[in-house]
Ligand binder design. Structure first.
Ligand code: SF4
Length: 695
């Protein structure tokens, strides 16, 4: 295979405009240097205007890293020893063993697990590999644990799920911005400039978070509900908007349906009741509602803090209800949006690596969708499998009587990132075959039978879709180390050996063109987007159905993509966390991120210039005093699923009834509850009952 067909650079250009390998902001950056590559600002790219966080500035630290895998490895289960093998040998071996598993257990005996960091081309090809070459329904991805509750709620309310239906810079012109469960200043610092400019323009910023984070430090109002209290808070705000006559009745009458049921449902959520449920003083609830009522242009943004709950979808729906009641969605510089987390959290959920989905955000059980995509793929619609298991349910089923016996993993470090991770590790260890594609020997790769070393970010080309729905192009800058192949080459090589009835390309631009055709007419329509357009236009917003279509930076101005063009209100009820505190576990445990690390840390923990202090537990001084712990002393954080020993950080920024532990390290997610949201199948990462003791 030549460089021209793999999307790898040849020869290495002196300067390349590309994007950060990490979060959903997909900051533009310029790479310079052939042997030693450095990151320079790309000031023309509008999302970050040259600004990067420390993860972006140090992103080249993984290129040429000494822990980089450069040969396929096969593990001897009896001895645990790894052997290096050639690519032909390993792909033959994997294909042969996958065929053997399917011969014994049927097509669904093999499962595929993807990631929200994969390029659109990889996510698309992975879905096609599963449905066409393997014929399995068992495919899902780690983005299910990230954005699925907001995705589910947006689809139900607006008929479409695009994280932000407007460019992020629109918030600069809002009168009020409410961030519910987002620590944007720490997780994507260049985005915080938009909040600062909003305030400079006279706008007000509200942060809803159990912790006083760096984002809260930039806010005009901080509201600190107990973890799991965001939904009740939204109901209380709606109650006050109704009571004060602040509902935009004309907008509600002409652009929405379902309001009356919501009006009735919030009647019983007076501020004092909200205070009892959320711990937020009734006067603060009133202050929040008054701010919202006074804004001409209000933006409501949710993130993982509100969404990663067993009722995360309902929580998002309640905040969408607030935005709709105020008449904001579709209005300039106003509306509701979700701040997506993973690098391709948006595109990764659009093109077929979800259990229920085909490219273009189509549903796999829609006959018209099946017919369209099957025609692009050159197969019969009836040959495509149906809906599979969601991410956690898939992992839970591995190695069981009815579950898959082999798993292919691309772009995910499951044993660090899954909830109830001890059980997930047991399931992985029970498989007949575990194959992991990764750059380094991650904690999940270390459990595998076969590890395939793949290219990373600056060594390959592909598109990502950022949190605004802007499709951007990551461009290869330098060659990959010898012995490494791209995920697209791995997928194409496996498809061929598995006897796929149709060919798979390993050229990202060819794959993207096919993706465009497969997505044509779907909700996420990329048919008019090309690599050349992305380069020329600083990204293109979907939907973009034709080459002469300008793309769609802003949605909903005239109507919503629902059958009648109106948005839907949803009357939802507060149920609270799946695990309430009790005598044995009297506290709330919540988890989150820190500035210097990204997701499971498989990349950032290896970057020398990023501090890696390991996990810690944030405790309020009152709690620390009660259990006899001082700052820096070891504590044991225990839940019904496990115990973690970490140093204490005694801070006044957290509620006294809540403990915070960042999740980038192995073991933290062993504590987390695997209760699932009924609509999105999102696990409840953000709250469970816990106990903390000295020791
Ligand atoms: S991690 Fe996110 S915020 Fe930081 S530089 Fe990369 S894309 Fe930008």
């Amino acid at each position: 295979m030549t460089a021209a067909t793999t999307g790898r650079p040849s020869p290495t250009p002196a300067t390349t405009d590309t994007h950060c390998p990490y979060c959903s902001l997909q900051c533009g950056m310029r790479l310079e240097g052939r042997r030693t590559t450095t990151v320079q600002p790309w000031v023309d790219f509008p999302v970050n205007e040259g600004g990067l966080c420390r993860k972006g500035w140090t992103a080249t630290g993984l290129l040429g890293h000494r822990e980089r895998l450069t040969t396929p490895l096969v593990r001897d289960r009896a001895t645990g020893a790894w052997s290096a093998v050639s690519w032909d040998q390993v792909l033959d071996l994997v294909a042969e063993r996958l065929r053997a598993v399917q011969a014994a257990y049927g097509p669904d005996g093999v499962a595929v697990f993807g990631g929200g960091g994969l390029t659109n081309e990889k996510a698309y090809s992975l879905g096609k590999l599963a449905r066409v070459a393997l014929g399995t329904s068992q495919i899902d991805y780690n983005g299910r644990w990230c954005m699925s509750s907001a995705a589910s709620a947006s689809t139900r309310a607006f008929g479409i799920d695009r994280g932000l239906p407007f460019p992020l810079a629109d918030v600069e012109h809002a009168d009020v911005v409410v961030l519910v469960g987002s620590n944007l200043a720490e997780t994507m610092p260049p985005a915080a400039r938009h909040l600062d400019r909003c305030r400079e323009n006279g706008g007000r910023v509200v942060v809803v978070d159990p912790r006083r984070t760096p984002t809260a430090d930039r806010a005009d109002l901080l509201v600190q509900p107990v973890p799991g209290g965001d939904l009740a808070l939204a109901l209380g705000v709606l109650h006050l908007l109704v009571a004060g006559g602040h509902v935009d009745e004309e907008y509600v009458a002409t652009r929405t349906v379902g309001w009356e049921a919501v009006r009735e449902a919030v009647a019983a959520w007076w501020p004092e009741r909200v205070e009892r449920v959320t711990g937020v003083a009734a006067d603060e609830v009133r202050a929040l509602a008054a701010l919202l009522a006074g804004g001409e242009r209000v933006v409501v943004l949710t993130a993982r803090g509100a969404e990663q709950h067993a009722q995360g979808s309902d929580t998002v729906l309640a905040w969408i209800d607030v935005a709709l009641a105020l008449g904001m969605p579709g209005k300039p510089h106003a509306g509701y949006g979700c701040l997506t987390g993973q690098g391709n959290g948006q595109g990764g959920r659009e093109h077929g690596q979800k259990a229920d989905q085909l490219p273009g955000y189509r549903l796999i059980d829609d006959p018209a969708a099946r017919a369209h995509v099957a025609a692009v793929w050159g197969v019969e619609p009836d040959s495509l499998p149906g809906r599979g298991r969601s991410a956690y349910e898939l992992l839970e089923a591995l190695g069981t009587e009815d579950g898959p016996r082999a798993l292919l993993v691309h772009g995910s470090n499951i044993v660090v990132s899954a909830p109830h991770a001890t059980r997930v590790q047991e399931r992985l260890e029970s498989l007949d075959l575990l194959v992991v594609c990764d750059l380094v020997m991650s904690e999940t790769a270390a459990l595998a039978d076969v590890v395939l070393p793949v290219t990373q970010w600056a060594e390959e080309t592909g598109t990502m879709t950022n949190l605004e729905g802007r499709v951007v192009l990551r461009q290869a800058h330098r060659p990959a180390p010898d012995g490494v192949r791209s995920d697209l080459e791995v997928i194409a090589g496996l498809a061929e050996r598995l006897g796929s009835p149709v060919p798979f390309s390993a050229d990202p631009e060819e794959v993207f063109d096919e993706l465009g055709r497969a997505s044509a007419g779907g909700r996420a329509d990329y048919a008019g987007i090309t690599y050349d357009r992305i380069r020329a236009e600083h990204g293109v917003f979907w939907p973009c159905p034709a080459a002469d279509h300008p793309g769609t930076p802003r949605l909903f101005a005239d109507s919503f993509p629902t059958p009648d063009g109106r948005a839907r209100f949803h009357a939802v009820e507060h149920r609270g966390p799946a695990e309430a505190p009790c005598g044995d576990y009297p506290l709330h445990l919540t988890t989150g991120r820190v500035l210097a690390q990204y997701q499971s840390g498989a990349q950032t923990r290896r970057v020398r210039d990023l501090p890696d202090d390991g996990a810690f537990a944030e405790l309020h001084p009152l709690l620390a005093a009660r259990i006899g712990v001082a700052d820096g002393m070891a504590v044991r954080v225990a839940t019904r699923r496990g115990t973690l020993r970490v140093p204490a950080r005694v801070v006044t920024t957290i509620r006294p009834d809540t403990v915070f532990v960042p999740f980038h390290w192995l073991g933290v997610n062993r504590l987390v509850n695997d209760a699932l949201d009924p609509a999105s199948r999102m696990p409840e990462f953000k709250v469970c009952a816990a106990r903390v003791e000295a020791g």
